[in-house]
Ligand binder design. Structure first.
Ligand code: GPU
Length: 829
């Protein structure tokens, strides 16, 4: 039988094109075939979007080829794999990234030009995959790229939301949210796996049964839905390895609701069935605040349960028992969102695989690692016990048991220190009894990681102090990084070419440490000249976008000053706007000759506010109100412009970041766990104006304090300053700009009142008032440096040259070696 199967496979293989060819003629053929047979348009008449579809399907074929080979190779080698569990991925577009990583970008460009199309134009047709909110979600995407490129045997798991992050529509300066039904136009980057499905259970009761004389728990579910896998191949750069991001979609379960069809109410039965799909329908848009919503908890368990079943199935395909489980499986929790995986693994091992509790616990403690992305205790997730008990009754029991054992152990270690015991308990006995997901994750993980050194210090001394004292060896940090493939090679092709030319190699695309080689040319006049040209081209691209979007013409000689990220009070977009008002006020009061000395600025801002975050929405409106005033003031002209870029997302970032001269990362010290936007700007040669927060502290070490504009209170000064409060009688400049808003200078007087209340009148929690003076000084220093273009260009080159440490390649290698214990597994070409 085996011989027969083999002969059949050989026969089929002989009929296939073994490897798709990548010469321009073959590429043209494949694109046209896809236009005709996949997209079903006539090859004599198709538009740019249809051409994009044909093109992306031909790329997809090439991805699938490598992906099959990689998966087969992993299967044969059976290495230890890391499973990255994350509820959010911000992938953005895939086309350019894929052809670059496959190494056939130029071949495609030529093929298309012979067909009368331009690659860039078609690439613009693609919509973003926005299955996440902000930094945390984009970090997952960067890390997938590095995992593939570094040949690590890794899988990403997540949810296939039908609606990604809302689209931001600005009407009259106010944010409105529109649904992002991103799948409307088809998605060539995923492969539906109709046979890879798992049942996921909810609700119901737990009963005790006797099995072979042994008592065991049986969960009788009250509802069941089906999880269907959608695989997104992730190609590495300079390697054949192509790994999988497996996203789960919810479908009604056939097994479960057969019963309801016998009641005669056929229509209602079908309608009810369809409700299962709501589980994976929409991404929660609140960056970091979740208020114990049942649907959110269902999403978390749905994706965790399907992933764990998949992982255990894969393990059992190659092993008869669980002896080697911890040698083959590493599970990474991206924040606490997937922390139900812990109780799920316990449940499967104990209830379904019949392992003893203690053996299962021994395994669990060796496979989980946890990365936290927050600094604030308020940011920690809590699950109300009532909610958990009704949705996942068996999991609640398991978590109680884990907690009981933990607290007993703890009492032996620290005695009856009730305050401490109650702080560390996984169960919180408050007004609403709840599960502390972070405590659960720390207790059950072998390693807890922070995302920058400052963050690590804060974890040890504040947020997780009790745990650090108990288990210092568990705590590590891996400073975040971003992928230079997306953030230089894809988004800034001219800079990419320039770097390769001066380094004499493209090797930095896989080995980013080589960027330091640019340092020796930082003062070289030829490089400086070419560097300025590249920057100018990128500014032009951005200026065109701004004009197309808002009608505003901006001057290319002005300094492009950018702050673009999610809107949060702690990120202090308000500080930026107050600074702009101050600049405006100064210009207004100047005479002609003083005005001639002003360095012209184009201030560019953008970002989404969580739909329920009132203050953040007011900041967006304020930005528009101030822009309206400034941009229409003839006294000001080109000296100052303010632009809000609507609907900020990954592809907008790819356009904006390369065009920035200056970028702002100005969170109140001690609030940004890491920050990753700054790293993308740094790679692209934008100078940073920043506080000593998160990863900025490490950036300073790499590029030197003289190459960025640092200001504001330090982490350890913040508590004292908060106590003191801002004295408006001393802080006259600050008082004046806030007064201007209060007095209705920008209109909407009543509407902005509560926003002003957050910074004056003694509250000012984020210390805008006390940092204002030094913020203005840093801005003045930036102006001064900009006038000296030679100095500015040198600083810009040194920024790129010093950005190597902030590649996600470095972060991932560190995780692989020091947290997951996995090794590279490179599929032969
Ligand atoms: N972050 Br918690 C998010 O984007 N969303 C969240 O819900 C939480 C954290 C960010 C941090 O704010 C940012 O400092 C960090 O660089 C990023 O995660 C990735 O670690």
């Amino acid at each position: 039988a085996f011989g027969e199967r083999r002969a059949k496979a050989e026969r089929m293989f002989a009929l296939m094109d073994r490897f798709l060819k990548n010469d321009p003629i073959s590429l043209q053929k494949d694109i046209l075939n896809h236009v005709e047979y996949t997209v079903a348009r006539s090859r004599f008449s198709f538009d740019d979007f249809e051409a994009y579809q044909g093109l992306s399907h031909s790329v997809r074929d090439r991805l699938i080829e490598r992906w099959h080979d990689t998966q087969l190779y992993f299967k044969r080698k059976d290495p230890k794999r890391v499973y990255f569990l994350s509820l959010e991925y911000l992938m953005g577009r895939s086309l350019s990234n894929s052809v670059i990583n496959l190494g056939i970008r130029d071949e495609y460009a030529e093929a298309l030009s012979q067909l009368g199309f331009e690659f860039e134009v078609l690439a613009e047709q693609e919509g973003d995959a926005a299955l996440g909110n902000g930094g945390l979600a984009r970090l997952s995407a960067c890390q997938m790229d590095s995992l593939a490129t570094l040949d690590y045997p890794a899988w990403g798991y997540g949810l296939r939301y039908q609606y990604g992050l809302f689209r931001q529509l600005i009407l009259d300066g106010f944010q409105h949210e529109q649904p992002d039904y991103w799948l409307n136009f088809g998605n060539p980057w995923e492969i539906e796996r109709i046979h890879v499905t798992y049942p996921v259970k909810f609700y119901g009761t737990v009963e005790e049964e006797l099995l072979n004389g042994k008592k065991c728990k049986v969960w009788i579910p009250g509802e069941m839905v089906e999880a269907v896998a959608y695989d997104n191949p992730i190609p590495g750069y300079g390697t054949r390895n192509t790994i999988t991001l497996r996203l789960w979609a919810a479908k009604p379960s056939d097994q479960y609701d057969m019963e309801s069809y016998n009641t005669g109410d056929y229509i209602n039965a079908v309608v009810n069935r369809q409700k299962a799909e709501t589980i994976s329908s929409v991404l929660y848009p609140d960056d970091r605040s979740h208020q114990g919503k049942e649907l959110r908890l269902k999403q978390q368990y749905f994706f965790v349960s399907a992933s764990i079943q998949d992982i255990i199935r894969r393990f059992k395909d190659a092993h008869d028992n669980f002896d080697e489980f911890q040698e083959k499986v590493a599970l990474q929790l991206n924040d606490t969102h997937p922390s139900l995986a812990i109780s799920e693994v316990m449940r499967v091992l104990v209830d379904e695989e019949n392992l003893d509790w203690s053996r299962a616990w021994g395994i669990v403690c060796k496979i989980f690692s946890f990365t936290t992305h927050t600094v604030l205790a308020e940011g920690l997730e809590k699950i109300p016990v009532d909610l958990l008990g009704s949705l996942l009754p068996r999991h609640l029991e398991i978590i109680y048991d884990i907690n009981f054992n933990f607290v007993e152990e703890l009492k032996k270690r620290i005695g009856m220190d009730y305050n401490r015991l109650s702080r560390m308990s996984i169960v919180e006995d408050g007004a609403v009894k709840s599960i502390r997901s972070a405590n659960l994750s720390i207790v059950c993980s072998h390693t807890v990681n922070g995302v920058s050194r400052v963050h690590f210090e804060l974890l040890k001394t504040k947020l997780f102090k009790d745990f650090y004292e108990l288990w210092p060896e568990k705590f590590q940090y891996k400073t975040n990084g971003v992928t230079q493939r997306r953030w230089i090679v894809v988004s800034n092709p001219s800079l990419c070419g320039l770097i390769s030319k001066w380094l004499g190699t493209e090797a930095w695309i896989r080995n980013v440490d080589l960027l330091t080689g640019l340092r020796e040319y930082a003062a070289n006049a030829d490089l400086q000249q070419e560097w300025k040209m590249v920057r100018k081209v990128n500014k032009m691209r951005l200026a065109e976008y701004i004009e197309a979007m808002s009608g505003l013409k901006v001057c290319l000689d002005a300094m492009f000053d950018v702050q673009i990220k999610r809107i949060h009070e702690y990120k202090r977009q308000l500080l930026n706007i107050l600074g702009i008002i101050h600049r405006y006020d100064c210009i207004k009061s100047m005479n002609e000759s003083d005005r001639r000395k002003v360095v012209p600025r184009v201030c560019i801002t953008g970002g989404k506010a969580a739909p329920g975050y009132e203050i953040a929405k007011k900041i967006i409106k304020l930005c528009h109100a101030v822009a309206e005033k400034i941009n229409n003031d003839n006294d000001v002209g080109d000296l100052l412009k303010l632009v809000f870029i609507p609907d900020y997302n990954v592809s907008v970032a790819e356009l904006v970041i390369p065009g920035a001269d200056l970028s702002q990362h100005i969170s109140t010290a001690g609030h940004e766990a890491s920050g990753t936007g700054s790293m993308k700007f740094l790679m692209n040669g934008s100078l940073l104006l920043a506080t000593a927060d998160g990863s900025t502290v490490e950036i300073i070490e790499e590029i030197g304090a003289e190459n960025l504009f640092l200001f504001g209170a330090k982490v350890d000064e913040v508590p004292m300053l908060r106590e003191k409060g801002t004295d408006m009688r001393v802080n006259l400049q600050f008082a004046r700009v806030v007064r201007m808003i209060r007095d209705g200078y920008f209109g909407f007087q009543d509407y902005f009142e509560s926003l002003c209340d957050t910074v004056d009148g003694g509250s000012d929690f984020y210390l805008l008032g006390s940092d204002f003076g030094s913020y203005l000084e840093a801005q003045a220093a930036a102006d001064k440096a900009f006038v000296d273009q030679e100095k500015w260009t040198r600083m810009s080159i040194l920024s790129t040259a010093g950005s190597g440490r902030f590649s996600s390649d470095r972060t991932i290698q560190d995780y692989a070696e020091n947290t997951w214990g996995i090794e590279r597994c490179r599929c032969p070409f």
